[in-house]
Design a protein around this ligand. Structure first.
Ligand code: SAM
Ligand code: NAG
Ligand code: NAG
Length: 253
C-alpha cells in the first residue's frame, strides 16, 4: 500500500467515527446518496442495465477505473457513465481546449484527452501530485499524455494564470469538480475562459441530497447558493441532471 493509501485509510477510519471528512461533513450514508455507478448505485439493477447497454469504455480507462477503485477515496472518482456523457459533449462541440478543476487519478482527464484532436489540450488542476501519480502510467499507456497539461497548485491560481496569459474566451469545455467552497469563483473564472457556445459542467450540484437540508454546512451552502445564482444567470442556458451526484451543464451564450 502506498503512503497516500495508508493516510487515506486512516483518514477514512477517523471520518466514519467522527462523521467529518477533511473539514467537510461527509457521512458514509451521504456518499451512498450519490447515484454513481460505483458508489450509491453500485448494486442497482437499473444502473447495471444502463451500463450494460451504454458504457463503451476505452480499455485503458477501464484499467484506470479498476485501479482507482482499490483506493480508499475511490468515491471521489467521477462516475464512468457521467464521464462518457461529458466526453461525448466535448466531441460534439469539437472541443480543442478543456480545463478540469479537480483531477484525482485523472479518469475524466484521460477520457477528455482521448476525444481531443492531436493538437488539443486539457489543463488539469489539482493540489495532489500523489493522486496524479496513480493515473499517469495510464495516461502514458493510452498515448495521450502529450495532450495533458497538469498544474499542481490551488486551482484558482491556475485559472488566474490562464486569464493573465490572455486565454479568456479560448476554452471549449470546463469540468468543475474540486473543493466546494471555491465553486462560485471557479464558475466565474471558467465562464471568462470559455468561448461562446462552450460548456461548463459542474459536479456534485445535488451533494448527496444535502442541498434539500435547511441546516446547511459551508460546502452545502456554497453549492446551494451557486445553484440559485446559475438558475438566474442570463449569460448561460442550463440543464441540471440527476446523473452521478448531480450535474449542471451551463452553455455559454
Ligand atoms: C472529486 S475529486 C476529482 C475527481 C476527478 N474529476 C475524476 O475524474 O475522477 C476532487 C479533487 O479536487 C482536488 N482539490 C481539492 N481542493 C483543491 C483546490 N483548492 N485546487 C485544486 N484541486 C483541489 C482534490 O485533491 C481531489 O483530487
Ligand atoms: C479555495 O481557494 C483558496 C485560494 O486558492 C485556497 O487557499 C483554499 O485552500 C481553497 N479552499 C479549499 C477548501 O480547497
Ligand atoms: C437558450 O434558451 C432559450 C430558451 O430558453 C432559447 O430561445 C435560445 O435559443 C437558447 N440559446 C442557445 C444558444 O441555445
Amino acid at each position: 500500500m502506498n503512503k497516500l493509501a495508508i493516510i487515506g485509510t486512516a483518514a477514512l477510519g477517523v471520518t466514519f467515527a467522527a462523521g467529518v471528512l477533511i473539514g467537510r461533513k461527509c457521512f458514509p450514508s451521504d456518499v451512498g446518496n450519490t447515484f454513481k455507478s460505483h458508489v450509491g448505485a453500485k448494486n442497482d439493477p437499473l444502473m447495471k442495465y444502463l451500463l450494460d447497454h451504454s458504457l463503451r469504455e476505452h480499455p485503458v480507462l477501464t484499467k484506470l477505473r479498476m485501479c482507482t477503485l482499490q483506493e480508499p477515496r475511490a468515491f471521489m472518482m467521477v462516475a464512468c457513465e457521467q464521464s462518457q456523457l461529458m466526453a461525448n459533449l466535448a466531441k460534439l462541440i469539437k472541443a480543442k481546449k478543456v480545463i478540469e478543476i479537480g483531477v484525482y487519478t485523472g479518469y475524466n482527464l484521460l477520457n477528455m484527452a482521448l476525444v481531443l484532436p492531436e493538437d488539443g489540450k486539457v489543463v488539469g488542476c489539482d493540489i495532489s501530485e500523489d493522486y496524479a501519480n496513480i493515473g499517469r502510467p495510464y495516461w502514458k499507456e493510452a498515448e495521450v499524455e502529450h495532450k495533458i497539461d497538469l498544474r499542481i497548485k490551488p486551482a484558482l491560481e491556475t485559472l488566474d494564470e490562464l486569464l493573465k496569459a490572455g486565454e479568456a474566451g479560448t476554452f471549449d469545455f470546463a469540468f468543475i469538480d474540486a473543493d466546494k467552497i471555491n465553486y462560485s469563483e471557479y464558475y466565474e473564472k471558467c465562464l471568462q475562459l470559455l468561448r461562446k457556445g462552450g460548456i461548463i459542467a459542474l459536479d456534485n450540484v445535488l451533494w448527496g441530497k444535502r442541498v434539500l437540508n435547511p441546516v446547511k454546512d459551508p460546502s452545502t451552502q456554497s453549492i446551494h447558493q451557486l445553484n440559485e445564482r446559475i438558475f438566474r444567470d442570463t449569460r448561460v442556458n442550463i440543464s441540471m441532471l440527476t446523473v452521478g451526484d448531480g450535474l449542471t451543464l451551463a452553455f455559454k451564450l
